[in-house]
Design a protein. Sequence first.
Length: 223
Amino acid sequence: MSLLELDAVRLGYGRRSVLDGVSLVVDRGERVAIEGPSGCGKTTVLRLLAGLALPDSGRVLIDGVVAAENGRLLIEPERRAVGLVFQDLALWPHLSVEGNVALGLKARRVPKPERTQRVHAILERVGLEDLGRRKPAELSGGQQQRVALARALVLEPRALLLDEPLASLDRELSLRLRQEILALHRELGFTLLHVTHDREEAKEIATRVVYMERGKIRDATSR
């Protein structure tokens, strides 16, 4: 059963075409990587699924329900149960680790006792249980990546969308975090859609790799 789907989606900005008739289906629990050069439309696919962009034509479906169609937003981002981790992480520098992770729960008006319990539980899962009071600037690059992951996962999303989250890390740390992402996937069971320009990373993280070029899907391979 599909969880994430783009159906003949086209999107452009002015005269520039970003996506040109893209169709993609990601099943529940699947691990899919989107690989391709910069500017090929990979990040735009994630933004469409998360509800941060609208298709000029075509449809975006979440769990079989049309979420956006032909420029119309039908399901708001906060109702899609989709978590997105940006390449630049987008952590608030003035907030502690716990404060960053709790933001989405506060926006959903989760009561403070439950919020505190969920924040502590997810920080323990990502190995940051002792760093909750620190600010992002006091953390290593790998620790900041874990905060961003925790902030997305604390909302218990059905799907986790990762936009090149390992691109700025050295090879050793990148390899370690790949394994941690896979371990979280096994433990929590979310659907994973991972954008990268690194072919080795794509093959290690995903069971299916989709290759994009110039706004189109050119190839898809499974292993």
